[in-house]
Design a protein around this ligand. Structure first.
Ligand SMILES: C[S@@+](CC[C@H](N)C(=O)[O-])C[C@H]1O[C@@H](n2cnc3c(N)ncnc32)[C@H](O)[C@@H]1O
Length: 290
């Protein structure tokens, strides 16, 4: 049995989370998650524009989908270091890495504290993997040190919750079932998917870490949730939208079916063809180590 990294250090709660239910869900439904997040990968990889021979660091690489896409772009002669805290998701990445056209080094560690070789990467890339640090300042100072002078950082992250109905519509449909103390996902919680939504906050973070030429590009995208009939797609919505999973898991037996029904009713109008299609919006953020 593979041993997980220890749930210790500043991001211990995230280490537990991504090695528990979240890691299992993302690994088991990997193909459908990739379908959902394909628009993010296309935008972020186009902005990073990795070139043959370059050395790329993929932070929070998960199951390794973007790692493999980038591998195609840095061949021949390049290499990738793919790092994540989730041992489960990296097991999938390790399998796929065997088919890559360039060497891929996989590291199971916390990106905030990992001791990277200084000035060793041309590009630091991340698809939705940099919003979860307890101390983003320390993490980005670490990435700055790991980049070569002139190296670039490119990541994609979610914009405000109200621009992301694919996540918020199902959450709002079951708020009245939420337990006391439940907080909507928001920009202020450190490990929230929306923690990098405020543009000024991220600009300051990057500038404080020593980056220049900070650029935010806003993109509207369509998120395709699931595959098949409405019930199959609603099942996937419960997997990807963690707050509704949380509300369902804490609902009483008598409320549980009502929670599922409310989410299904909210999403039904958006089930077209064989998936649920809803709007989302992301920032593609880029910057440079001078
Ligand atoms: C939203 S998922 C995105 C995964 C992948 N990039 C993708 O788009 O399919 C966030 C990823 O960040 C990883 N992650 C969270 N905190 C991390 C940390 N401190 N260091 C490294 N990886 C982290 C999680 O394990 C997870 O794989």
């Amino acid at each position: 049995m593979t041993e997980h990294i220890k749930a210790e250090g500043p991001n211990s709660a995230e280490i537990e989370y991504w090695n528990g239910a979240a890691g299992e869900i993302w690994t088991d439904s990997n193909r459908l998650f990739d379908q959902m997040f394909e628009p993010l990968a296309d935008l972020a990889i186009a902005r990073a524009a990795p070139e043959p021979g370059e050395r790329v660091l993929d932070i929070g690489c998960g199951c390794g989908t973007t790692t493999l896409l980038i591998a195609e772009r840095v061949a021949p002669g390049g290499s990738i270091t793919a790092l994540d805290i989730s041992t489960l998701m990296l097991a999938r990445a390790r399998e796929w890495a065997k088919t890559a056209p360039v060497p891929i080094q996989i590291i199971n560690a916390d990106a905030e504290t990992h001791d990277f070789a200084p000035a060793s990467f041309d590009v630091m890339f991340s698809q939705s993997g940099v919003m979860f640090f307890t101390n983003p300042n320390i993490a980005f100072a670490n990435f700055h040190r790991a980049l070569k002078p002139g190296g670039r950082v490119v990541f994609v992250c979610w914009r405000d919750p109200d621009l992301n109905p694919w996540m918020m519509l199902p959450v709002e449909s079951v708020l009245h079932f939420a337990p006391d103390g439940f907080e909507l996902p928001n920009a202020d919680a450190p490990a929230s998917p929306f923690s990098f939504a405020p543009q000024e906050k991220v600009k300051t973070l990057l500038a404080d870490a020593g980056f220049t030429d900070v650029r935010h590009e806003a993109h509207k995208i369509n998120i395709r949730i699931g595959e098949g009939d409405l019930n199959d797609c609603v099942d996937l919505a419960f997997k990807v939208v963690s707050p509704i999973r949380g509300i369902l898991s804490q609902a009483s037996d008598s409320d549980a079916q009502a929670v599922v029904d409310a989410v299904r009713a909210a999403l039904a109008p958006y089930h077209t063809g064989n998936c649920i299609e809803l709007a989302g919006s992301v920032w593609v953020v880029s910057a440079r180590r001078p």
